[in-house]
Design a protein around this ligand. Structure first.
Ligand SMILES: NC(=O)c1ccc[n+]([C@@H]2O[C@H](COP(=O)([O-])OP(=O)(O)OC[C@H]3O[C@@H](n4cnc5c(N)ncnc54)[C@H](OP(=O)(O)O)[C@@H]3O)[C@@H](O)[C@H]2O)c1
Length: 372
């Protein structure tokens, strides 16, 4: 166990007292490690496209206040509790935002943005693992710290820590695609593909060896997406389809590509009326699978039953998905540098600018972070 005296008594953090007041940088006491926890020195804290909507109350997400904001991050272990067996001070780690109750893994919540759905998750998010990664130091469950092989990733493969933060976007569709057991060589429709998580889904599916049909409204962004993928993964199998809004037309366009094995959807709640997912499911083969990671209301076609299709909801990913994703990254299965991601970085004092930028700097290969 590292000497806790190595940790400063206080550190800087972005604290949201109330929705109305917004964030301000404050000096707060540095947490100390105990059994089952690590204290991580945060290097980069991820910001997603709708972080701003969460913290200004528009999304209606429930979380305790005051709170230190955040989500997943990359940092270095500062100190560990007595039961750590492989984590050591100085190690580079992925700090994951999905926290499960140890005595009931079905009780889970997303650090600093959503308190979860039951009494157990609400208790843990309020009383135990409350504060997020928009801070110099964060207390994290040991099992949420994933070791990153710094020599392999940063020296041999040449990733910067900022580039590795694109995991924030890529892990989510990876969780959905693994959940519906996407196989190399299969064809998957990613919709909508022009957003942050959809774009990352295209990259992930290509790196998993699938042929991707990327669906979206914005032709210019679809063209950028195709170019980005082809540059980073020469020989990638990628097609694009512009959504017309007409269910039958879009289903026929997709069917013209031949057998479609899988679909992944990442529609934001404000687009819940869109017909694109219904079209994609209509085009699915017999026994096809669909991962529903977004919010679309009208999805049921007659063929879901007649064609033995599976529609599966999925929140985030499982622990083993993160472990496998890191292995894929370390094996060099993803593009490097700007062919993977072009990050925008802000300081804690620029929190408003960071939240605004994250809402705009979306789509494949784009991510935003706060560097405490
Ligand atoms: N299940 C999970 O674990 C999980 C995790 C993370 C996120 N999500 C969900 O994923 C959603 C997307 O997040 P994001 O960060 O990728 O958002 P984003 O970057 O803002 O992208 C939004 C996407 O939705 C498309 N869109 C907007 N309005 C539409 C409409 N009326 N019809 C069809 N497409 C429309 C956009 O297309 P244009 O380019 O044409 O505007 C864009 O492709 C989130 O809102 C969240 O609910 C789920």
């Amino acid at each position: 166990m590292a000497a806790t005296s190595d940790l400063p008594t206080h550190h800087r953090a972005l604290v949201l007292e109330t929705i109305e007041e917004g964030f301000s940088v404050k000096k707060v006491p540095t947490p100390q490690p105990g059994p089952g926890s690590a204290i991580v020195r945060i290097l980069e804290a991820g910001v997603i496209s709708y972080h701003r909507e969460i913290y200004n109350g528009e999304r209606g997400y429930e979380f305790p206040k005051p709170i230190v904001g955040g989500l997943s991050a990359i940092g270095r272990i500062g100190a560990v509790g007595p039961d750590a067996v492989v984590l050591e001070p100085g190690q580079l780690v992925w700090v994951d935002c999905v926290i499960h109750a140890r005595d009931n893994p079905d009780s889970l919540f997303l650090t600093a943005i959503h308190e979860g759905m039951d009494a157990g998750s609400k208790k843990l998010s309020s009383d135990v693992w409350r504060d997020g990664a928009f801070a110099e130091y964060m207390k994290v469950p040991l099992e949420n710290c994933f070791r990153l092989d710094e020599n392999r990733l940063c020296q041999e493969l040449g990733y910067s820590v900022r580039e590795l933060m694109y995991m924030l976007y890529m892990l989510v569709p990876f969780g959905g695609l693994r959940d519906i057991r996407l196989e190399p060589g299969e064809t998957v429709v990613v919709c909508p593909a022009t957003g942050g998580f959809g774009g990352a889904g295209v990259q992930v599916a290509v790196s998993m060896g699938a042929r991707v049909i990327a669906m979206g409204r914005n032709e210019k962004e679809l063209a950028r997406l195709k170019e980005h993928v082809k540059k980073g993964t020469p020989g990638a199998n990628i097609e694009t389809v512009k959504m017309t809004g007409d269910h039958e037309t879009d289903a026929s366009t997709l069917q013209a590509f031949g057998t479609i094995d899988a679909v992944i959807d990442l529609t934001p709640p404000f687009a819940a009326q869109s017909k694109h997912l219904k079209s994609a499911i209509r085009a699915l083969r017999r026994g096809g699978r669909c991962s529903m990671m977004g919010y679309v209301e009208d999805v049921i076609n007659w063929n879901v039953m007649a064609m033995n299709q599976t529609l599966k909801g999925k929140l985030m990913y499982e622990r083993e998905d993160i472990v496998l994703f890191v292995k894929m990254l370390e094996r060099g299965l993803f593009p490097r540098g700007k062919d993977l991601v072009d990050p925008k970085v802000f300081k804690m004092d620029e929190c408003k600018e960071a939240l605004d930028a994250a809402a705009e700097w979306t789509g494949i290969g784009r991510t935003v972070m706060i560097e405490p």
